[in-house]
Design a protein around this ligand. Structure first.
Ligand code: BGC
Length: 429
């Protein structure tokens, strides 16, 4: 069990990427900025201690591409050294690092050359990955190639609320999806090859997919079709391509010739919520209008809290792909910390239920270790096990964080823990 962050969320200090520019342009809802974020870049040592304190066995972290390759083809030794030091600290404390190679952030030289819609991105990404794996591969066995291409493309090319701020561009969405999948597949083989040469054992390479539940809002046939369409375009096309190399309609990838086999050692699932899909055309949300089921509990951002969805998703994905599952993210935006402990408990119960049904779930990473820069929502959206005071950068473990730390240590939830951290009437099954 572990916790997760990513570079742009916490590091600060790096200016030559798309999110710095997007913040500078005043696009962050609460007016905050990623330029300092959690100032992690200057607090690596103490932040690693925070992980130790919550008993994480493994930590999913990111690397900032622009810090490592500030200009195309020019790799910065100083930039990669930061991560090497951090990973050494983790390893020394017995925390297994899992490194995400791309998590929504592009160097400006890439962004201004068409980003992920330009086919050249595949080779550009592979060169970057080659350098990182070469520099860190002796210390790292677990790699997430790409994080949530679907969310990035939806927000950046459909809804326009993320960089590059485009709207309704279906062709760019599909081109981007193709390039992400192709990049992942080639990186999968490349990383294995490099690590084999380094003599590294027990290597795991996979992608992290944002998977939601899409249920139909009413029983009309049109609504059911709309829900299936959302699921297909938002998740299925990625899962098929990035896991088995099958580029299904409407991905166009005639030029990509691949042997049908597995291109993932695990399927990373980032699970947060469910959407009720209405059969109503709305170009801003992948053709269909979404809503939250009436009367259901929601987090601070209005997302339904739906633990059963984690059971449903893991079971469905495992049945279809038969590849081990890692929950690479699961968490809640809850500034007051009134819902997080129960959220953790209920979602872990969903994981246990799935495992009992034979689903091979091997990891659970809670999102996130600490409050951080939550993309277009800014720093006021709080997902952390640790509260962060952005003025002093003081991190304080929340009550729910203590609960999670105990679960990580004991691998169970005792009656005493229920009494201490959850309401008395929580059921103990
Ligand atoms: C992303 C994270 C993000 C989290 C909460 C996931 O979609 O991978 O970067 O912070 O959701 O919104």
């Amino acid at each position: 069990m572990g916790s997760a962050t990513a570079a742009t969320h916490i590091e600060g200090g790096e200016q030559s990427h798309n999110w710095y520019r997007w913040s500078e342009l005043g696009n962050i809802r609460d007016g905050s900025h990623c330029k300092v974020a959690c100032d992690h870049i200057n607090r690596i040592q103490s932040d690693v201690k925070l992980l130790e304190k919550i008993n994480t066995e493994t930590y999913r972290m990111g690397v900032e591409w622009s810090r490592i390759e500030p200009e195309e083809g020019k790799f910065c030794k100083k930039g990669i050294e930061v991560y090497r030091k951090e990973i050494k600290l983790l390893v020394a404390r017995g925390i297994r690092p899992c490194v995400t190679l791309w998590h929504f952030s592009n160097p400006l030289w890439l962004e201004d050359n068409g980003g992920w819609t330009n086919p050249k991105v595949v080779q550009r990404y592979l060169k970057f990955v080659h350098f990182v794996v070469d520099q860190l591969g002796d210390l790292v066995q677990d790699w997430v190639t790409i994080n949530e291409p679907n969310v990035y493309l939806l927000f950046g090319y459909f809804e326009g609320r993320w960089p590059p701020g485009k709207r309704g561009q279906l062709i760019s969405y599909l081109k981007g999806a193709t390039h992400f999948a192709h990049a992942h597949i080639l990186a999968y083989d490349q990383i294995h090859q490099q690590l084999k040469e380094k003599g590294q054992k027990d290597v795991n390479v996979g992608a992290a997919h944002h998977l939601r539940i899409f249920d139909h809002f009413d029983k009309r046939k049109l609504t059911r079709i709309a829900a299936s369409l959302s699921k297909w375009l938002f998740q299925r096309i990625y899962l098929e391509a990035m896991t088995h190399g099958r580029f299904v309609f409407p991905l166009f990838a005639h030029h990509i010739k691949l042997k049908p086999r597995n291109y993932a050692d695990f399927i990373g699932i980032n699970y947060y919520s469910r959407d009720m899909v209405k059969g109503v055309y709305n170009p801003a949300t992948m053709f269909n209008e979404l809503s939250v089921k009436k009367g259901k509990a929601v987090n601070d951002l209005g997302w339904e809290i739906y633990p059963k969805g984690l059971y449903r998703i893991t079971k469905e994905v495992y049945t279809q792909f038969k590849i081990p599952i890692w929950i690479t993210e699961n968490g809640i935006c809850d500034a007051e910390d009134t819902q997080r402990a129960k959220f953790i408990y209920d979602h872990l119960k969903a994981v246990r239920r799935s495992i009992k049904k034979g689903v091979d779930i091997r990891r659970y990473y809670h999102w996130s270790t600490m409050d951080n820069f939550e993309w277009a929502e800014g720093t006021s959206a709080r997902f952390g096990l640790y509260h962060n005071n952005y003025e002093t950068q003081k991190r304080t473990l929340r009550k729910s964080g203590k609960f999670y730390a105990e679960i990580c240590k004991k691998k169970k939830v005792s009656k005493k823990m229920i009494d201490e951290f959850l309401s008395k009437d929580a059921d103990m099954d």
